[in-house]
Design a protein around this ligand. Structure first.
Ligand SMILES: Cc1cc2nc3c(=O)[nH]c(=O)nc-3n(C[C@H](O)[C@H](O)[C@H](O)COP(=O)(O)OP(=O)(O)OC[C@H]3O[C@@H](n4cnc5c(N)ncnc54)[C@H](O)[C@@H]3O)c2cc1C
Length: 336
């Protein structure tokens, strides 16, 4: 690997995981390039104006935090290339990794790759969802935004484990009332969670409406608050309005990994499989970090932590490519 164009590491995705990985890799003097599909890096966290759970900041906006992360990574020499949707990943026989973008427009070659394309919350695609998300009245994450709804009435939507668990969490910790709707007559969530929901509803104000769908979120005149939401009973067709302060949509996540099918091992839902200690994937030289990883905690700080771990592992691979197949040492006291 003597080619002068050969990068040490290409990072796919410029969200928090990618930016944290770039900071560490560039600071370790590795030639580091982030390929970001959008015009600006930052990922999902760019969509929020209120972050309260990133250590070191009592309150910061997503764009402000990303700006600082970006400056920090670039300050150490990382290069961020925007408008570069990665669509291919291939490992050559000599171990060089080729990362193709934009239908073959460019090919970047590197000794290692860190995959950090994140994931997107599955949306309902109903009128008003976008505009109220921008006004931070529609959320997809109870851990992120629950605290903003103290003593308020929220609508929660979904029938899986997250919907049931997070409705309980919101009702117990923050909100005055939670109305949970699901489009079927039965929840998909585990029975034990549904039982807990019923138990919690004895002491907390939780209203469960089945089988209902949300058809519209109607904003107030200046589009800062929700005027009301429109619900439809799937069986009877009856339509009703409900006054709520916020909507939590819990209908799943979609990892941005379709372009990696066949290149690295992933589960059915598309989350990339990795050794949880080293973040090595099934393809030698390719690490994974952040929300697109199987078993990820899906938080800003954990995405950053993943990026850091992946970047710190680079040296082991660069020192000895055979490290890839060695199990992580169980007795590595205080790190390795
Ligand atoms: C509205 C909202 C509020 C949130 N609030 C909080 C909060 O308060 N606290 C908290 O801890 N977490 C919060 N989160 C969750 C947090 O944003 C995510 O956990 C975190 O952003 C995950 O980082 P990531 O880098 O793994 O992925 P992402 O942030 O999804 O970034 C992935 C990046 O990769 C790029 N990309 C995707 N595919 C490709 C490709 N093929 N080629 C090149 N680039 C690609 C994307 O454009 C994106 O920039 C919130 C999320 C949302 C949506």
């Amino acid at each position: 690997m003597t080619d002068k164009d050969l990068l040490d590491v290409v990072i796919v995705g410029g969200g928090p995981a990618g930016l944290a990985a770039a900071l560490y890799a560039a600071r370790d003097r590795y030639r580091t390039v982030i390929l970001e599909k959008n015009g600006l890096p930052g990922g999902q966290i760019m969509l929020t104006e209120r972050i309260e759970n990133y250590p070191g900041y009592k309150l910061i906006t997503g764009p402000d935090l990303v700006q600082q992360m970006r400056e920090q990574a670039e300050g150490f020499g990382a290069q961020i290339v925007a408008n570069q949707p990665v669509d291919t990943l291939r490992r050559r026989d000599d171990g060089v990794l080729e990362v193709g973008t934009d239908g073959g427009a460019s090919v970047y070659r590197a000794k290692a790759v860190i995959l950090a394309p994140g994931s997107d919350y599955r949306r309902l695609d109903v009128p008003g969802e976008d505009v109220m998300r921008q006004a931070t009245r529609v959320s997809y994450c109870a851990t992120c935004d629950g605290a903003f709804y103290r003593d308020k009435h929220v609508l929660t939507v979904g029938g899986g484990n997250t919907a049931v668990e997070d409705t309980i969490y919101l009702a117990k910790r923050f909100v005055r009332k939670a109305t949970l709707i699901h489009r079927r007559k039965e929840f998909r969530a585990q029975k034990v969670l549904v039982e807990e929901l019923v138990e919690t509803a004895k002491t907390k104000d939780i209203d469960v409406k089945l089988p209902y769908v949300l058809t519209e979120i109607v904003p107030n005149r200046d589009k800062t608050e929700i005027e009301h939401v429109v619900l439809r009973n799937v069986e009877t067709g009856t339509v009703e309005r409900l006054k709520v302060d916020g909507v939590f949509v819990f209908v799943g996540m979609v990892p941005n990994t379709a372009f990696l099918r066949g290149a690295v091992e992933m589960n059915e839902a598309g989350y990339i499989a990795a050794d949880p200690v080293t973040l090595r994937t099934s393809l030698p030289g390719v690490f994974v970090a952040g929300d697109c990883r199987q078993q990820a905690a899906m938080q800003l700080v954990t995405a950053c932590a993943d990026g850091v771990v992946a970047a710190m592992m680079l040296k082991h691979y660069f020192r000895d490519p055979a490290w890839w197949t060695r199990p992580a040492p169980k007795d590595a006291a205080g790190g390795w």
